[in-house]
Design a protein around this ligand. Structure first.
Ligand code: CDT
Length: 301
């Protein structure tokens, strides 16, 4: 059974004016720190290359397009891929994807330890709204800028571990973890950008937001006997606060590494994937204990 040192590369805020080159420098600096710590698989946040632009209501196509990547890798991200290959660290990170057909997705990719892209996931649970909403304290326009992912919830065997990805709001949905769990997932990587306040419920602040993030990630890990890594983009971005709270959770649901800051910060945990077997062969042995004949409502439209 495989052992792998897993890292979470929490990122502090990225301001709207920050260039891709500046961001990639920060991502490479985190990669170098990860190498020093012996990390073999490093997870970066959702939309890691830019500010969380869905907070801005935009109508100018050129302004919107500037936040999207047409190719991956591309000229801006090539140094990150090259350094990851040299250091033999597999990576995953999120970005806004514009396809040759003009489709737009909130996407994450996964590389192997040779810097080759081996997996792609497109966010399925898009939160927020599509038109400007004056009732909200801030906008969350993911439904405006992205369409729901069309790739389902695949898994990949990478570095001899069964890996899956999800993105931010996906972490609040048990269906995400179960779709991956049913394929024997052992490591789920989830980047996020979560505002520190609820735009529709003023009293819900940082403490509860961190609690709900932990609750979701820990429950998903335990109920599917898998490691889960949740990685934030955090801090005051364009005047809007985002939670930190990046964690690595073991298959028991226990937090084994936690970020302390809201800045660029590495969290690390040596993970023994043999630990997934206990839950998968006992209380969460899906083949023996699930009752899908009673779950029809979950998939009914
Ligand atoms: N990026 C993202 O999915 N953020 C959401 C905010 C929900 S409030 C509209 C999250 O679930 O953290």
């Amino acid at each position: 059974m495989t052992k792998l040192v897993i890292g979470g590369a929490q990122m502090g805020p990225i301001q709207r004016a920050d260039s891709r080159a500046l961001v990639i420098d920060r991502m490479v600096a985190l990669l170098e720190r990860a190498a020093q710590a012996g990390v073999e698989m490093l997870v970066y946040p959702e939309l890691a290359l830019t500010t969380f632009f869905p907070r801005w209501y935009m109508t100018d196509p050129a302004e919107i397009d500037a936040f999207f990547e047409r190719d991956m890798p591309n000229a801006a991200t090539a140094p990150l891929f090259a350094r990851a290959r040299e250091l033999r660290i597999a990576i995953s990170f999120g970005y806004a994807e514009l396809t040759p057909e003009g489709r737009r997705f909130n996407t994450a990719i996964l590389t192997d330890r040779d810097g080759r892209i081996v997996g792609k996931y497109r966010k399925i649970h898009l939160p927020g709204h599509s038109e400007y909403d004056p009732e909200r304290s801030h906008q969350h326009l993911e439904k405006r800028y992205f369409e729901p992912g069309d790739l389902g919830f695949p898994v990949w065997r990478n570095a001899d571990v069964v890996m899956g990805m999800a993105i931010c709001n996906d972490r609040r949905w048990p269906e995400t973890y179960r779709c991956l769990g049913l394929q024997g997932v052992e490591l789920i990587m989830i980047g996020y950008n979560t505002p520190s306040v609820n735009s529709q419920k003023g009293a819900e602040g940082l403490e509860k937001r961190l609690f709900h993030s932990d609750l979701s990630l820990q429950a998903g890990a335990y109920q599917n006997a898998t490691y889960v890594v949740g990685v934030a983009k955090a801090g005051l971005e364009d005047g809007h606060p985002l939670i930190g709270g990046s964690i690595i959770v073991d298959p028991d649901g226990t937090v084994i590494a936690r970020a302390k800051t809201e800045g660029d910060e590495l969290i690390v945990a040596p993970c023994d994937f043999a630990a997934c077997a206990f839950g998968k062969t006992t209380i969460f042995d899906f083949a023996r204990h699930r009752r899908p004949e009673h779950y029809g409502r979950i998939t009914a439209q």
